[in-house]
Write a protein that binds this ligand. Structure first.
Ligand code: NAD
Length: 426
């Protein structure tokens, strides 16, 4: 395998989220010099399951939901990936997210492949009882796909420890077992790991500090904007704020706020806890448009809500010097090119938000050993793992004279290529 150096920027084509995965995969494969056989294997998910879920709603009417689980790869180990509840969940999106999990686990040096699941639903409009029946129905339908050494789900957008506890219970009832390791992100009392809930946000903070160091920027003089105030956004804002970075803009689906003096993140968190999890009504800043957060005059931008928000139109106006991707797929391939030309450093999703799956792995190990770690132990191991992954990705970006995103893909490709070739073919 020979690496080709000084490859010019390759213009990707516009398309679906999975096309965005393939665009980056193709660029990285060409720069690295990956064989066509290995590229072909990585372009096709191993397995995709779609299930129909008839659920009795509280009003006595039956509603049919669609659920998905895609296993992109088990080359490096059992597949791992979250379950998303949102209205725009579809097979293309789940396929893209599953492929990103393969790359993410490889980059984070975890012995896992990649998968993703989801249900097309609006969890914000459903009662707890409806969500529980839906989650149990989904788990029973996929009881032969999930498995502690096969495919291990976790939370993602719209799901949390509560849903993971239902998955655990439904799975174990089907299999007449009681083992907790089939799902991660569980409540701590049911075998969940300390530090898991906040891990993705913590990872964003570690990646931000690692990038600022490379850029010779003093964190104490740096400002940030964070889009999304759910699991990833809230915890990213909290850790950045607690470590001395001034967070000047935050926002969720209800409101976006700006305060050049810095938003009181602790007060914002308290407010959302008391107000159904949303920021609407919080008075810690003036209201701005959602898109204005992305182009705000700050040093660090953390998109931690939705995919495809940094489009080529937005990219042109971005003022941040550093983007740390909390969400999966927040930047389109067309925007990548503009950001690269503007010299903006992007810590890509497959590295930046890998803190969650890293601590999910720690949870799985703890379940297997039946031996539980303190939060401090979890955090120390997490930070070390995140910093090591950052360094490897950074070095690959430098070595192949490319962006951190393509450097990250190359990091994954090296491991996946080794796995595919060592296991052999039939
Ligand atoms: P979440 O459901 O906990 O929170 C989502 C947040 O996004 C909410 O604050 C919501 O109000 C906000 N939002 C929704 N629509 C918005 C809009 N139009 N404008 C602004 N904000 C909007 O989800 P999460 O777990 O924080 O996931 C967010 C992203 O991070 C997703 O892309 C997910 O795949 C990714 N991610 C999550 C984890 C994890 O451990 N939860 C790990 C890695 C990556």
């Amino acid at each position: 395998m020979t690496a080709r150096k000084n490859v010019p920027i390759i213009k990707p084509t516009e398309g679906s989220m999975f096309d965005a995965v393939l665009a980056r995969l193709d660029i990285a494969s060409k720069i690295y010099g990956l064989s066509e056989d290995v590229t072909m294997i990585l372009r096709s998910p191993q397995k995709a399951v779609k299930v129909s879920l008839p659920i009795m709603m509280d009003d006595g009417k039956m509603h049919m939901f669609e659920g998905y689980r895609t296993i992109h790869s088990t080359i490096l180990g059992p597949s791992k990936g979250g379950i998303r509840y949102a209205m725009d969940v579809n097979d293309e999106e789940v396929k893209a997210l599953s492929a990103w999990m393969t790359f993410k686990c490889a980059i984070a040096n975890l012995p896992y492949g990649g998968a993703k699941g989801g249900i097309t639903c609006d969890p914000r409009t459903m009662s707890e009882g409806e969500l529980e029946r839906l989650t149990r129905g989904y788990t029973v339908a996929l009881a032969d796909v999930f498995g502690v050494d096969h495919d291990i789900p976790a939370p993602d957008m719209g799901t949390s420890a509560r849903e993971m506890a239902w998955i655990l219970d439904a799975y174990n009832k089907v299999h007449r077992s009681d083992f907790p390791g089939v799902v991660t992100g569980k409540p701590v009392g049911l075998g969940g790991s300390l530090g898991r809930e906040t891990a993705t946000g913590r990872g964003i903070m570690v990646a931000t500090f690692a990038a600022l160091k490379k850029m010779n920027l003093d964190p104490k003089k740096v400002t940030a904007a964070v889009q999304g105030f759910g699991n990833v956004g809230l915890n990213s804002a909290r850790f950045l704020h607690e470590h001395g970075i001034k967070v000047c803009a935050i926002g969720d689906h209800t409101v976006t706020l700006w305060n050049p003096k810095g938003i009181d993140i602790a007060a914002a968190i308290k407010y959302t806890k008391e107000n159904k999890g949303v920021l609407k009504g919080f008075t810690g800043g003036v209201e701005i448009k959602n898109s204005e957060l992305l182009t705000a005059d700050v040093d660090v931008l953390v998109p931690a809500a939705l995919q495809n928000v940094i489009t080529k139109e937005i990219a042109v106006d971005i003022k941040a010097k550093l983007i740390v991707e909390g969400a999966n797929g927040p930047t389109t391939p067309e925007a990548d090119e503009i950001l690269q030309k503007k010299g903006i450093i992007v810590v890509p999703d497959v590295l930046a938000n890998s803190g969650g799956v890293t601590v999910s792995y720690f949870e799985w190990i703890q379940n297997k050993y039946g031996n539980y770690w303190t939060e401090e132990e979890v955090n120390i191991k997490h930070d070390a793992s995140m910093n090591a992954a950052f360094e490897t990705v950074w070095n690959n970006g430098q070595q192949y004279k490319t962006t951190m995103r393509i450097g990250a893909y190359i990091t994954a490709l090296k491991k996946l290529e080794m796995g595919i070739n060592a296991k052999g073919h039939y």
